[in-house]
Write a protein that binds this ligand. Structure first.
Ligand code: BGC
Length: 444
């Protein structure tokens, strides 16, 4: 029955972004992704350029976020701008990030800052990235600089965005730098070093800002058997869940790499135990998987998208699967056992026509409401994303924005979803009777 779903007072309605995706490569010569793009690895063949022009004028989009009535914005700091060469610091870059965070505050928007969102300085990437033994300390040294520079304007930090995606895309599928395929062992080592970097950064931030809130963002995918009646498909779905969703949170909970991700090979990780003040979850999709004996490199699984699945931007579903915001309730409930507040730090859908996105937002709100009602301490939702930005190896092909961007003219046009989301934020609730029947329903 349609009604008003009210959220607890103080629930945060925000948006999530990342530095490289909004700032682009043109002004960022030292980033691993600038190099990756130059090497022709963006499948759409297009270039990020100045992206949403944030390096010069993020404030234009901050105005939009304010006008939509949003309370929070998650942005990231591009490491390669801050430390373009090893131990070489660019104070002007830090000053610009400080200015951006302060600009959010003056608009009544709370900044949340991610210290690592997929990109590395080239010097770090080409010398081994997070396979380097000293990578945890190098990253902590950078974080210390960034956090000190942002003292007084930011106290909520995301150390790493999606270590499981970073490791899988860089070392198993090869879609992200360094572009290696089928190297699951390396992916596990990378996640182990990221856990160390996270733990040291967590402690260092608390030394600098005792009241800071520090956590990380975990990407969660709902895996389902493509043919539920087949035992092999059920096994594959379970295996995918075990190797992708489970390891990193249980590593931070227990201070040990689970057996499903290399176990003891990762070395001592006890320093990582309990190093989080909240748990961030990024929830997008449901993926159906079938057993396929020919796919050894993919753990004998094959992705299947049913013909009648909801579709967003062309070419989106082979990567993103089907939109499944209901997964928020499942994962929030699962991860509640980590004993800390939960935030949805990303959820969205690539949909330039905005045909499906309103349902995604409304269904996400319902899922969160269900989770809260069942006792989960879920405190906020950051929609991905505010303005269309550069979607990694898919370039401009996929459009996730509440606001449409013409990247050539830099013109912006809010999509209907922006109005819907703004109304949810203003009333701190979802008025289901206002939704009408125009939107497709999202089912599993
Ligand atoms: C990433 C974002 C990305 C989004 C949509 C997330 O996994 O953190 O950077 O744009 O998914 O693909």
């Amino acid at each position: 029955m349609a009604g008003m779903l009210e959220f607890p007072e103080g629930f945060t309605w925000g948006v999530a972004t990342s530095a490289f995706q909004c700032e682009g490569a043109a002004t960022s010569p030292h980033s691993s992704w600038t190099r990756w793009e130059e090497l022709g690895n963006v499948r759409a063949g297009n270039r990020s350029g100045i992206a949403c022009d944030w390096w010069a004028n993020a404030e234009r989009d901050f105005d939009i976020a304010r006008d939509l009535g949003l309370a929070a914005l998650r942005m990231s700091v591009e490491w390669s701008r801050v430390e373009p060469g090893p131990g070489r610091w660019d104070e002007r870059a830090l000053e610009r990030y400080r200015e951006m965070a302060a600009a959010l505050r003056t608009r009544g928007i709370e900044p949340m800052i991610t210290l690592h969102h997929f990109t590395n300085p080239i010097w770090f990437e080409v010398s081994g990235g997070f396979l380097r033994e000293d990578s945890p300390d190098l990253f902590t040294r950078f974080s210390e600089r960034a956090v000190s520079a942002l003292e007084g304007v930011c106290d909520t930090w995301v150390t790493f965005n999606e270590p499981n995606v970073y490791a899988t895309q860089g070392y198993v599928t090869g879609h992200f730098p360094p572009g290696l395929r089928g190297r699951a062992g390396l992916a596990a080592r990378v996640q182990a070093n990221i856990a160390r970097a996270h733990a040291r950064t967590y402690r260092r931030i608390h030394e600098l800002q005792p009241d800071a809130r520090v956590g990380w963002a975990h990407h969660c995918v709902t895996f389902r058997p493509a043919r539920p009646g087949r035992r092999v498909d059920r096994l594959i779905a379970r295996l995918y869940d075990r190797t992708f969703n489970e390891p990193f949170p249980s590593l931070l909970r227990d201070g040990r790499m689970p057996a499903s991700l290399g176990g003891r090979l990762a070395g001592d990780l006890s320093e990582a135990r309990g190093t989080y003040d909240y748990v961030g979850i990024n929830v997008y999709a449901l993926m159906r998987v079938a057993f396929d004996v020919r796919r050894r490199g993919e753990l004998f699984g094959r992705r299947v998208v049913p013909a009648d699945a909801l579709r967003g931007d062309p070419t989106s579903d082979d990567l993103f699967g089907e939109p499944y915001p209901q997964g928020i309730a499942d994962f929030a409930t699962r991860l509640a056992e980590l004993g800390k507040p939960i935030y949805v730090l990303e959820n969205g859908y690539p949909d330039r026509l905005d045909a499906v996105r309103p349902s995604v937002i409304a269904t996400a709100a319902r899922a969160m409401h269900d989770a809260i009602r069942s006792g989960v301490d879920l405190r906020g939702y950051y929609h991905w994303t505010l303005t269309d930005n550069f979607e990694w190896d898919r370039g401009w092909d996929l459009r996730f924005g509440l606001v449409e961007l013409d990247e050539h003219t830099q013109e912006r046009r809010p999509r209907p979803s922006a109005r819907l989301y703004s109304a949810i934020a203003a009333s701190n609730g979802l008025d289901e009777s206002r939704l009408g029947m125009d939107f497709p329903s999202i089912q599993a």
